[in-house]
Design a protein around this ligand. Sequence first.
Ligand code: ADP
Length: 452
Amino acid sequence: MSMKKKITLLIISCILTMAALAAIQGYFIYNTYKLEEKEARSLITQKLLDIETSGKLDEINKAWMKKTGNFIIDYTNNRASRIDYPELIKKTSDSLSPIMSKYIREKCLVEDYDVTYSNYVTLVRIEGSNLKEADILYSGKLRLFSNNTDNVDEVKASESRWRQSTTDVCSDVAPYDFEVVTSRYYSITNWQQKVLFKMLGLLLFSVFLFALVIGLFYWSIKNLITQKKIADIKTDFINNITHEFQTPLAALDIAVKMLKKKNDGLSEEHFNNSLSIIDRQNNRMQKLFVQVSDASVSPENIITANAEKLEREEIQQIISDFSLSRPQVSINFTADTAATVFIDKFHLATILNNLLDNAVKYGADIIDVSLEDNISNTELRVKDNGRGIAKRDRQAVFEKFFRVDKGNVHTTKGLGLGLFYVKQIVTAYGGEIAVTGEEGKGSIFTIVLPTA
Ligand code: ADP
């Protein structure tokens, strides 16, 4: 499996693992929420029951039970009909509810929950020795008292059964037993906020852990990709350097074989030819060595002590020397009259030769060099009409060993060290270098150097 596939696989499995972890964590948090909810509900139910069975409510309950008893006496004596009962309870409710609301506000502080509470009559049953079977006076849901009138999502908390006899209310009436069932309902309006707020610490901690794990994953994968890049660059470099040495070595081989033929009547012309081949290839190999050894420099160990004010003529000279070896390329040079560059002459030549060499190598036949004088710095610009550099590579071309033609060593030769070295020199002088241009149409290298 290729490295790229491995990394993709790793990323996919990381994402899947994260998703699974998120699901598990979500499940736990949901469970905790449910548990908190259950706990809060039982607490509130208990509290309401306590309120119901103590003090004030006792009086209130006695009051409406007495009214119910009186009504049953009227009812069993045919002085009232069953449809009048809800009317009676409604009237009672209207007078009881405000008292009740006040009372609940005072008593029912369950950890800041906004509790609404209602009590309903759900069943009234009358029994008596002269009745064949129990008479259901009322069955349904009649509001008895409440601190909330439009309660939508109320939950039933508990039920109470009240038993009395008509003789408890009035001594000289026919004895009927009656039972009233009441149901208590409650709801908590700020319910979700409260529970979520209680769980805030847990939630935040979960989010934090999650972010941490994602961060770690991201960091590891990024590291892995960097490692792979470095490994690729190394392989490329070895391929390139092998290729770079192969050509001069082959040429030297031919030249030496030629010189060995000396006794078989080697012509003067062939002799000189071979010598110049040896000379050229030797030079070329030396240049390669310099490049490779320059690869380990950093701006701190480039000696800038020999910097001097160089004028336009100096640049013109370097360009002219370069032009001699490339007669097919036209190089124009323009400069502000007063423009100077503060740099070591040798370094300036290295920079310009590298940039010009690259321009030709990567397809240019017209090059414009310009020198511009700004207030605190000098801008040296090399513009070519070569193949240009893609936007995404514009930062990377200054990195050590970076080449756009990766692996494909045969189109153009190079080790990917030239621009790296140029950048090191520019940085050593406190300057900056950048490349712009248009892919397919040319590049513009701009160097900004501070004036001394
Ligand atoms: P080398 O030329 O040895 O590959 P450099 O460091 O000089 O190394 O350049 C790095 C890469 O930048 C080159 O491989 C090439 O792809 C790209 N490059 C440099 N100069 C130019 C240019 N003038 N036009 C187009 N591409 C360039």
